[in-house]
Design a protein around this ligand. Structure first.
Ligand SMILES: Nc1ncnc2c1ncn2[C@@H]1O[C@H](COP(=O)(O)OP(=O)(O)OP(=O)(O)O)[C@@H](O)[C@H]1O
Length: 575
């Protein structure tokens, strides 16, 4: 998916990128199946004519029964073909749409993805997409076949008596007005369901993920009760969604039934003035009643698609998120120098980085310090292009990040953040994540340099241990050292470090520091520092406040200048 998915099709087939040809075959078989269904009715209409003709041959009733049976067999076969083609095409297309959407999410600014409520994207790609898939696979084919059958019945009615056919037809568009009305009634209710569902899913993720903190700090279970309330609200909203379109659907049925009554009354009138034969009247009334049932059914299928519309609007909202612009002519950086040139950035109009400039020579360590909310993490994230700057530029090795392609940026920058993510694969594969082709020896060498080799070897399956936080108990410091090994192996020239604030035990901390100093050697490092003693040897310290650098220099220079840094240093010494 190259850009935002803006080309719209009402049922969202455009999201798949291309229409699977089997879809058209499915529609054709479905329509032909409906024609076969209409055969007995056509024979019924033809019965009076057949009966008028001189017999001698087969009885018309037998003929009708034989052709009717053949129509039934043929119709069943065609419907089976239609179902097969409809299912296989719609399943394929919905799966394609899901994959394209997942690719699209991967191209969004990472910062945007992380800002979604916990679980919202996975819920959309799994549960909501499944609902959409069910409707597409089960209802779509029925809608098309469901249209053919009443059209054929109406054509027969037209042949029998064009006046009755036109009278009934006049009521159909009026009834159809109720379908868009039902969609409008549903839209507001569906938006509420979607919002409540997102809150409930996020609540569950939060309560499960934070179970330990909640056990100690929320003895009255207030967070869990809040989740209960979201689920209550969700079930109320879901019920309201079912009920909301009821007035529209009832009106649809009412108008159609009034149409049938009108046909009956006029038929009676035309019978009275002799312009309608009694036999034709009987057949026409049969047809109108069956036709009315088929049109009512068709309306229900259409109404059923409303659920797809509701889910589709959420899917489209995600599909229309603008991805990070990708450059066509990628430029390769030379060296690892980082330059911030008058960089500004705001979240939703709220300025967080204001005209910041700095030069971080290749192979040096620069520390970012400052009070909480000063913009340190945001600046570090901008170097990793989790977002794009809104003014100014960030260059690495002389190249504006926006001129680097994804692969180059990935090769150039490593990030080791506080929250380490280890994936459910072997520890060896976790370490070689950034360089999948690395040999086992290289993986082990990186783990040794990161002071985690021995701990891994102590596990029963060693490097082949599949990481599972429940079964493989690695401490915070150990997980961090696995992440350091990962970064060592990837060997990118630029390293963004978010120094851990979580207290890890002293032994582990000493090992982490040792591993970090090996990782930092020879690279351009930007480290977000919380404990100043860890960065007192940094080549450059940038003191940030309100998105700007208010002091810069080495540790001795900043101490001598007796400014904010010196005060922060004093404060931390006192602890
Ligand atoms: N994804 C986001 N959406 C909106 N605002 C954000 C987002 N991330 C951070 N902010 C806001 O931007 C400001 C700077 O945050 P940032 O995390 O960069 O500061 P920081 O100096 O790293 O703070 P800390 O030391 O506490 O991590 C804060 O006011 C924060 O609330």
């Amino acid at each position: 998916m190259k850009g935002p998915l803006t080309m719209r099709m009402p049922l969202g087939f455009d999201l798949a990128g291309a229409v699977d040809r089997r879809l058209w075959w499915g529609l054709l078989w479905g329509a032909l199946g409906a024609v076969a269904d209409a055969v007995p009715w056509a024979l019924l209409v033809a019965l009076p004519l057949l009966m008028q003709e001189d017999g001698g041959g087969m009885s018309p009733v037998w003929l009708l029964a034989g052709l009717g049976a053949a129509g039934f067999v043929l119709g069943s076969g065609l419907k089976a073909l239609a179902l097969n083609a409809n299912f296989s095409s719609t399943y394929t297309m919905v799966a394609q749409a899901r994959l394209r959407l997942a690719d699209h999410v991967a191209r969004l600014p990472l910062g945007r993805v992380l800002s979604w409520r916990d679980g919202a994207i996975s819920d959309l790609l799994s549960s909501k997409f499944s609902l959409y898939q069910d409707i597409m696979t089960h209802v779509w084919g029925l809608v098309v076949a469901g249209l053919t059958f009443p059209v054929l019945l109406w054509a027969m009615l037209l042949l029998l008596d064009w006046r009755l056919a036109l009278v009934y037809l006049a009521f159909v568009p009026v009834a159809m007005l109720a379908i868009p009305w039902s969609y409008r009634l549903l839209d507001a209710a569906a938006a509420r369901v979607s919002a409540e569902r997102d809150l409930a899913v996020a609540g569950v993720v939060e309560v499960v993920g934070g179970a330990r903190d909640l056990a100690f700090f929320d003895p009255q279970d207030r967070r869990r009760q809040a989740v209960h309330q979201h689920f209550d609200a969700l079930s109320r909203a879901s019920l309201a969604t079912e009920v909301a379109p009821a007035p529209a659907l009832a009106s649809y049925a009412l108008v159609l039934n009034v149409g049938v009554v009108a046909v009956m009354l006029l038929a009676d009138h035309w019978l009275g003035d002799g312009s309608l034969a009694p036999m034709v009247l009987c057949l026409a009334l049969f047809l109108v009643l069956r036709l009315n049932g088929a049109v009512a059914e068709f309306g229900l299928f259409l109404a059923e698609l409303r659920f797809a519309r509701a889910v589709l609007s959420d899917i489209r909202a995600l599909a229309n998120e603008p991805p990070l612009p990708q450059t066509k002519a990628a430029v390769q950086p030379v060296g690892g120098e980082i330059q911030f040139e008058d960089v500004s950035f705001a979240y939703d109009g709220q300025a967080v980085i204001r005209g910041l400039s700095a030069r971080l020579p290749a192979g040096t360590v620069t520390a970012l310090v400052g009070p909480s909310g000063a913009g340190k993490s945001t600046l570090a994230h901008l170097v990793g292009r989790l977002w794009d700057v809104q003014a100014g530029a960030i260059r690495i090795g002389g190249v504006d990040l926006r001129q680097m392609d994804e692969a180059t940026l990935n090769r150039t920058v490593s990030m080791v953040l506080q929250d380490v993510t280890l994936f459910p694969m072997t520890l060896a594969d976790n370490i070689r994540l950034g360089r999948p082709e690395a040999s086992d020896d290289e993986v082990m060498a990186a783990a040794e340099a990161a002071c985690i080799h021995q701990r891994i070897m102590d596990l029963p399956s060693g490097y082949q241990t599949v990481f599972d936080p429940e079964a493989v108990r690695l401490s915070g410091g150990e997980q961090q050292r696995v992440a350091i090994a990962r970064a060592l192996l990837k060997d990118a020239p630029v390293l963004i470090l978010d120094e851990a604030t979580a207290s890890i035990d002293l032994d582990s901390e000493a090992l982490v520091q040792q591993a970090l100093s090996r990782l930092c050697a020879g690279r351009t490092v930007l480290v977000i520092a919380h404990r100043l003693w860890t960065i007192r040897h940094a080549d450059l310290i940038l003191v940030m406040q309100d998105g700007a650098v208010i002091e810069r220099g080495t540790h001795p220079e900043l101490i001598d200048s007796r400014g904010t840094y010196a005060r922060l240093w004093q404060a931390q010494q006192g602890r």
